[in-house]
Ligand binder design. Structure first.
Ligand code: BG6
Length: 465
C-alpha cells in the first residue's frame, strides 16, 4: 500500500477510539501499514497520547511493541474546524510529520465529525493547501473521507455534495458506509455474478421476495443525543440497509470495481418505491440520556419496498431493523418461487431460500428440498452452508480496516457516490411523509409483535428468523 498521512478530524470522538485507532493498530500489527503518520485533530486540548490511550481498551489483545510503533508516528493538533486560521498550524504539523517520517505527501483526510462540519472542513482544507483538487490518478493523492450520517435529509446532503464538488474531484471523495466493506457483503456481487446457479434466476421470474434484516441487541446507550435526531430510518436504513438492497438488486457492472459498481447501485436506489411500513419505539427509550421527553423518534422500522425496473417488477423487498431487540443479526433472505409441481405426490411445500448472513457468522446458506431417509418419498428441507470463518479462520478484517485499505488503494466501490446518497435520502423522506404508525415494544423482544403480525397478514408474508 502507498505510504500516507492520516489526518483525523474528530480525533477525540467515539468513532476514533472505538474503530479508527483499533483498525490502524491492526493494520500495523499485520504489517500492512509500515510507513505512515497520524495527525489527530479536534477542538479539545489534549495530547497525542491522551487521544491514543482512549482507544486502548478497544484493542484486544494489545501488544506493547506495536502500540509503541503507533505512538511514535502520532501527533495531535488543536483546531476549531470553522476557523480558517487554525488550518495553518495544522498544515505545518502535517508537513513536519511527513518530512520526519519520509512520507511522499499522500493524505487521507478523515472527517469523523458531524455532517454540519463537512463543508467548512473541506473548504478550509483546500484553502490552506492541506488538500488540492487533483485528477483521479495524480500523485501525491489527497482523499477526503466523510463518515455517516451524510446530512440529515436530501436537501442537506445535496448542499454538502455541491460544496464538496466545488473543491474536490468526485474521485477524491469517500462517503463511507462501513457495511460495504464487510467481508460477506463484498462477496454478494461476486457470488451472484460468477455462479450459473444464481445469476439466471436472479429476477422476478424466480425470486418471490427479499428480506433484509438488521437487528441489534444494543439500545441507544449513551448515543441518545445523536440518535434522537435521526432514528432508525436515518441511522441505518438510509445507508446500510438500502446499500445492501442495491447490491442485491443491481445489474451486472462491466467491472466489479469503482464507478462501475456505484453506477449500478445508484440505478437501483433511484427506482425504489415505498409501499408500506410500520415504526416502533422501545419502552424506556424516553428515559435514555439525551432523548427528548416526548420524542416520537423510531427505534424500529419494518418496510415493504419495491424496485420499479424490469428485473424486479412485482417483487417485494422487506426491510426490518431495530435497537434493543432479542439478538444481533444482519441477514439477507432471498426466497425463490415455488417450483411447478411435477411429481404428483411430492409437491414441495417449502421454497428454496438463499440466506446471506453477515453477522454473527458470515455464511451463505441454500435451503433445498430433499428426500427423507428410508422407505419413503417424503420431503425434508436441508441446507447447504458456506461458512466463511470455518474455512478462512475466525478473524476476518474488521470493516474499518478495509475502509482504510480501500481508500489507500483508491477503490471507490467501497464508498457511496453523491447521487446514491441523495436517492437514498429521498426514500427516507417518502417514508417520513407517509407517517406510518409508531408502536411501542418491549426491550429484548422481536419488536412490536402484534403490529408485525398484522403487517405479515396484510402482505401474505412471514418474517424468516
Ligand atoms: C452505525 C449506526 O452506522 O451502524 C449504529 O450508527 C449501528 O446505530 C451500527 O449500531 C451497526 O453497525 P455494525 O457494524 O455494528 O452492525
Amino acid at each position: 500500500m502507498d505510504n500516507c498521512t492520516f489526518v483525523i478530524f474528530g480525533a477525540t470522538g467515539d468513532l476514533t477510539k472505538r474503530k479508527l485507532i483499533p483498525a490502524l493498530y491492526q493494520l500495523v500489527a499485520e504489517k500492512k501499514l509500515t510507513n505512515f503518520a497520524i495527525v489527530g485533530v479536534a477542538i479539545d486540548d489534549v495530547t497525542a497520547s491522551d487521544m491514543l490511550n482512549k482507544a486502548r481498551e478497544f484493542i484486544e489483545p494489545l501488544d506493547e511493541a506495536i502500540w509503541k510503533q503507533l505512538e511514535n508516528v502520532t501527533y495531535f493538533q488543536r483546531v476549531d474546524f470553522l476557523n480558517e486560521q487554525d488550518y495553518v498550524p495544522l498544515r505545518k504539523r502535517v508537513e513536519e510529520a511527513e518530512k520526519k517520517h519520509k512520507l511522499s505527501g499522500n493524505r487521507m483526510l478523515y472527517c469523523a465529525a458531524a455532517a454540519q462540519f463537512f463543508c467548512p472542513i473541506t473548504t478550509n482544507l483546500v484553502a490552506s493547501g492541506l488538500a488540492k483538487k487533483t485528477a483521479p490518478d495524480a500523485k501525491p493523492w489527497y482523499r477526503v473521507v466523510y463518515e455517516k450520517p451524510f446530512g440529515h435529509d436530501r436537501t442537506s446532503a445535496h448542499e454538502i455534495n455541491e460544496c464538496i464538488a466545488r473543491h474536490l474531484h468526485e474521485n477524491q471523495v469517500y462517503r463511507i458506509d462501513h457495511y460495504l466493506t464487510k467481508e460477506v457483503v463484498s462477496n454478494i456481487a461476486l457470488i451472484r455474478f460468477t455462479n450459473c446457479v444464481f445469476e439466471p434466476l436472479w429476477n422476478n421470474r424466480y425470486i418471490d421476495q427479499v428480506q433484509i434484516i438488521l437487528s441489534e441487541k444494543v439500545c441507544v446507550g449513551d448515543r441518545g443525543y445523536y440518535y434522537d435526531k435521526y432514528g432508525a430510518l436515518a441511522d441505518v436504513v438510509q445507508n446500510h440497509m438500502l446499500e445492501l438492497l442495491a447490491l442485491v438488486g443491481m445489474e451486472a457492472p462491466e467491472l466489479l470495481k469503482g464507478d462501475y459498481v456505484r453506477e449500478q447501485r445508484a440505478k437501483v436506489l433511484q427506482k425504489i418505491e415505498v409501499v408500506d411500513g410500520l415504526l416502533g419505539q422501545y419502552e424506556g427509550y424516553l428515559q435514555e440520556p439525551g432523548v427528548a421527553p416526548q420524542s416520537k423518534t423510531e427505534t424500529f422500522a419494518a418496510l415493504m419496498l419495491r424496485v420499479n425496473n424490469p428485473r424486479w417488477a412485482g417483487v417485494p423487498f422487506y426491510l426490518k431493523t431495530g435497537k434493543c431487540l432479542d439478538k444481533k443479526e444482519i441477514v439477507i433472505h432471498i426466497k425463490f418461487k415455488q417450483v411447478d409441481c411435477l411429481l404428483a405426490k411430492n409437491c414441495p411445500s417449502d421454497s428454496n431460500w438463499l440466506t446471506i448472513k453477515v453477522t454473527p457468522d458470515a455464511t451463505f446458506t441454500l435451503n433445498l428440498n430433499a428426500k427423507k431417509p428410508g422407505y419413503t418419498n417424503e420431503l425434508v428441507q436441508m441446507s447447504m452452508e458456506y461458512c466463511h470463518s470455518c474455512i478462512f479462520g475466525q478473524r476476518s478484517a474488521e470493516a474499518y480496516e478495509i475502509v482504510f485499505e480501500e481508500v489507500i488503494r483508491g477503490e471507490l466501490a467501497a464508498a457511496v457516490r453523491f447521487d446514491e446518497i441523495e436517492y437514498a435520502w429521498k426514500v427516507i423522506e417518502t417514508i417520513r411523509k407517509d407517517h406510518f404508525s409508531l408502536y411501542p415494544y418491549k426491550q429484548g423482544t422481536v419488536g412490536p409483535t402484534e403490529a408485525l403480525q398484522e403487517f405479515s397478514r396484510k402482505h401474505g408474508m412471514r418474517w424468516r428468523s
